[in-house]
Design a protein around this ligand. Structure first.
Ligand SMILES: Cc1ncc(COP(=O)(O)O)c(C=O)c1O
Length: 404
């Protein structure tokens, strides 16, 4: 008689986006005239830029010709893309990362969920609170998190690092020593960043404790401030303690195309074993590569023409972020994020809970955002708005919020 992985039964229902969907649908039905503006979900809205579309078309044509057809991709990804990533995202910033330390994938979500597989099942993980839920849930599935307390919405064997107004929305070094530390900066959902010095402290801490940092840099393209690192490998010593996750979703609009990369330096070792070898083994066994045409599109992201076009696209979203940030501030809200991030994190007014504010905003401004409590207990009393809408909708949403 078969049995199931009972760890899955421990997962509390992820009701966040389905509850939002249901509430919005019910409101729409009751108020068919209302024009609802959605600034909730973290998906991009602008089309893929022309230089990348051109590369896609070219690669599609190659697939139709026997001479240029491509079948299975190399396990780690095509050399042309790994080289482009290593050179542009790392070497150009003075970081010593070589193409063979880059593993191409179909996105940071899968990698951030799968990477825990190469670690022992009884390791202690540390996460920021609030947090991108994938880090915790995938460790729950692996049986690494203990028992769930519905009252506190926390797991007994997870170290939570509250990121609140009191900590400047950045985590403090935990009292209990973790083995695996998940960090995501610029952060989803708060939009907070770590300065180079702050991140260096984490790297020094991890090296001194024999911990590994899983560093999610999915929102790196939104950094505007000088002292904010674009990769953890800008910190000294990161090669012996860090794995970095990269995504093409938010810097180049690949949420539908799917492309990402994980960087594992060969100096990252547990005893004599390179984590690079374990991930290579895992990749070779369980993954058959991102499509050739998408990897060619990824290569095109680094062309001079695409760089100019993408800079403009990011600037478009950044303008939205500024519009929300400044508009809400003018309206008296306590706001953070938005400067190095497409996410604006605001404190709900009048001690409303995150869900109360969701209803309030939907009913009075017909604007949809995301309740902060959906990202963890320390997100209660906060609310996330995204800059990924159109400029016109963003402006209109802010004007409506100002009027209520
Ligand atoms: C922190 C973070 N990491 C990873 C992802 C997923 O990235 P991808 O589209 O590359 O899977 C997201 C998506 O919203 C995210 O917020």
């Amino acid at each position: 008689m078969y049995r199931i992985n009972e760890n899955y039964l421990k997962l509390p229902g992820s009701y966040l986006f389905s509850t939002i969907g249901k509430k919005v649908a019910a409101f729409s039905e009751e108020h068919p005239q209302a024009s609802i503006i959605r600034l909730g979900i973290g998906d991009v809205t602008q089309p893929i830029v022309p230089a990348i579309i051109e590369a896609l078309h070219h690669a599609v044509d190659e697939m139709g010709c026997a001479k240029t057809f491509h079948g299975y991709a190399p396990d780690q990804g095509y050399e042309f893309l790994r080289k482009a990533i290593a050179e542009n995202d790392f070497q150009a910033r003075g970081c010593d990362i070589s193409p063979d330390e880059v593993f191409v994938s179909d996105g940071a979500k899968c990698d951030s969920g799968n990477i825990q597989e190469i670690f022992a099942s009884d390791l202690k993980i540390a996460v920021c609170d609030p947090v991108y839920p994938v880090y915790v849930d995938t460790n729950v599935m692996a049986g690494r998190t203990g028992t769930y307390d519905a009252k506190t919405e926390t797991w007994s064997d997870v170290i939570y690092m509250p990121c609140t107004e009191a900590t400047g929305f950045v985590p403090e070094l935990p009292k209990e020593t973790p083995d695996l530390i998940y960090l995501c900066f610029p952060n989803n959902p708060t939009g907070a960043v770590l300065t180079k010095d702050q991140l260096q402290r984490w790297v020094d801490y991890a090296n001194s404790r024999g911990a590994v940092i899983i560093y999610d840099a999915a929102y790196e393209a939104y950094i505007t401030e000088e002292n904010v690192p674009h990769t953890i490998f800008q910190c000294e010593g990161a090669r012996t303690c860090a794995i970095e996750l990269r995504s093409f979703s938010k810097n180049a609009g690949f949420t539908g195309l799917r492309l990402g990369a994980t960087i594992i330096p060969k100096d990252l070792k547990c005893g004599e074993t390179m984590l690079h070898s374990l991930w290579a083994r895992r990749h070779g066994t369980k993954y058959n590569g991102a499509p050739y045409i998408v990897q060619r599109a990824g290569e095109a992201v680094y062309s001079d023409t695409a760089k100019v076009q993408l800079k403009e696209q990011i600037a478009y979203y950044q303008k939205n972020a500024q519009t929300i940030y400044n508009g809400l501030k003018d309206a008296g809200y306590s706001v953070s994020g938005g400067v190095n991030s497409p996410y604006i994190w605001l404190k709900t007014p009048d001690k409303m809970t995150s869900w109360e504010f969701f209803d309030f905003l939907l009913e009075n401004a017909n604007v949809v955002g995301t309740p902060g409590s959906g990202f963890g207990p320390s997100g209660e009393g906060y609310f996330r708005l995204t800059a990924f809408g159109t400029y016109e909708n963003t402006l209109e949403a802010v004007e409506r919020i100002k009027r209520i």
